[in-house]
Every structure is written in C-alpha cells, then in structure tokens.
Write a protein that binds this ligand. Structure first.
Ligand code: ZN
Length: 138
C-alpha cells in the first residue's frame, strides 16, 4: 500500500470565505501516483471546515447567510468563549460545516457524484491556516 501526506496552506483575506480546493486535491492525487484508494482532506484548525458541495456562488452566499443566522459574529459579547478573543461564532460554524471529507479514488480520479467539489470553508481568516491531505491506496 502507498501513502501520501501533504499540507496545503491558505490565507483568506476576509474573515469568512469558501475556496474550491478540488484542483489542489487533484494535483496531490497525481503526485501520489495512487490509482485506487481513499483521500482524506481535513481542516487542521477548529475555526475552518472542509466540505463537499456545489461550486455555485448563489449557494455560497446562502451558506454564509444561513451560518450568520445560526451563529452571528456580532455581538461578540454574546459568547462565553469570547474572553480575549472574538471567534466563538467561527467554532460553531466549523462544527456545522464539518471537519473533513473522504473521497474514493477510482482509476486515478476523484470518484465524485454529479456536481461534487471540495471546499475549504474559512470562518476566522486573515491568517495562515492549513489543510491536511492524506491518500492511501495502490
Ligand atoms: Zn476560539
């Protein structure tokens, strides 16, 4: 069995962002040389997510509005976590959008359903943060 590990770095210029990282994951897959197996992609920070959904800007806007309704950033004083920091909402948003995805690899390709793409979801940006890519297979 072959294994492959890589860390991808991101620095979103805004507090919140959704970034399609599918091309980066496809590059990792090529680099790994693995044709049959599994790829795990996870955020290495507890205020960011990795998830799979449609690459459609209206939907991304809808996610952002929905998450702000569930866990508004302001007022920051509403959260007990915000003693000396202001990112409690980012922890909550990450929890609902998830930590990681696992995708099957078939014939050297990500074996997606229709319209599936992999996204990095940033909820407390403006600093360098990492995503882990781990691939196992043959
Ligand atoms: Zn925090």
């Amino acid at each position: 069995m072959k294994t492959y590990r890589k860390e991808l770095w991101f620095n979103a210029p805004a507090r919140r962002a959704f970034i399609n990282i599918t091309p980066e994951i496809e590059n990792c897959l090529k680099e790994s040389g693995i044709k049959e197996g599994l790829v795990l992609v996870n955020a290495m920070h507890i205020t960011a997510s990795v998830f799979i959904n449609d690459d459609e800007s209206g939907l991304h806007h809808d996610f952002d509005v929905w998450l702000e309704k569930l866990a508004p950033h302001e007022p920051v004083s509403q959260y007990r976590h915000n003693v000396g920091e202001d990112n409690a909402d980012a922890h909550l948003k990450r929890q609902i959008m998830g930590r990681e995805v696992v995708v099957a690899i078939t014939d050297g390709k990500l074996d997606f359903g229709p319209w599936e793409q992999i996204f990095y979801g940033e909820f407390d940006g403006r600093r360098r943060k990492r995503v882990l890519v781990k691939i196992i297979g043959e």
